[in-house]
Design a protein around this ligand. Structure first.
Ligand SMILES: [Zn+2]
Ligand SMILES: [Zn+2]
Length: 252
């Protein structure tokens, strides 16, 4: 199973990272539609796309407005956009207001309730469910499961980090946990204030859930150096940790 990191920061792009977007070409599944989504066309292998939105903050939806060019370069038969009903309504009403964006986009809007199980991807090969997270306005963590081969991927972004036993059980044993880590430990008070996660919290969740590997995402765009989240501190807690960068292709 391969996931392409098309955008690995939050809030705004910087010279090395676009905002949140990840792609699983074999299934045509897109995780969030940040500014990195313009990189999609040469990677598309399927006749349909399923875009899962964690929530409707701009850094996760802006790329929806790029779809006209994306589908011009690489047409597909159908595009489904999944997310909580109020988030989809906000996107349709505001991002695609005629004075913000001048043309309709050819997608099907598919509201999902937290916890609801849906099947997406080519012939429904991916089973998806979700959990609510603590973040301004709320966000969803998604769990994607495949049966052949048996794999589990968890995408948990824009969250202060859920350390509850219930969440730990939900994430338990995942092959790959993608968890946001916007801040270093020294900036923990900003993380709590803004509904984001920090190094020891994200790695502690991976350790408690006994996942196979952890990919830290949604990196602070102001931390544009080579070691944005203190990787040594992260690996001291959970050894199988890496920090997502644009262009990375992660195998799990
Ligand atoms: Zn964000
Ligand atoms: Zn957000």
């Amino acid at each position: 199973m391969k996931i392409h990191c098309l955008g690995t920061t939050g809030y705004h792009p910087n010279d090395r990272r676009h905002t949140s977007c990840y792609f699983l070409p074999a299934d045509g599944v897109v995780l969030d539609a940040g500014s990195g989504m313009y990189r999609l066309p040469p990677l598309i292998e399927t006749d349909s796309l399923d875009i899962l939105l964690s929530h409707s903050h701009l850094d996760h939806i802006l790329g929806l407005t790029f779809l006209l060019d994306i589908l011009h370069l690489r047409p597909v038969e159908s595009v489904r956009v999944w997310g909580e009903p109020d988030k989809l309504a906000a996107v349709r009403e505001h991002l695609f207001h005629g004075l913000i964006f001048p043309a309709p986009i050819p997608v099907q809007w598919r509201p999902i309730e937290p916890g609801e199980v849906v099947r997406i991807g080519v012939s429904g090969s991916v089973t998806v469910d979700s959990r609510e997270q603590e973040h301004p306005g709320g966000s969803l963590a998604y769990r994607l499961r495949w049966t052949a081969p048996a794999k589990t991927l968890i995408y948990a972004t824009d969250s202060v980090g859920d350390t509850s036993a219930d969440c730990c059980r939900w994430m338990a044993g995942a092959d790959l946990l993608m968890h946001e880590c916007y801040f270093r430990d020294s900036e923990q008070q900003w993380a709590v204030k803004t509904g984001h996660c920090w190094t020891s919290r994200a790695t502690g969740i991976a350790q408690a859930a006994e996942v196979a590997s952890l990919l830290l995402t949604h990196i602070n765009p102001l931390a544009s150096g080579d070691d944005p989240i203190d990787i040594a501190a992260a690996r001291a807690i959970f050894a199988e940790t890496r920090v997502a960068a644009d262009g990375d292709v992660i195998t799990f």
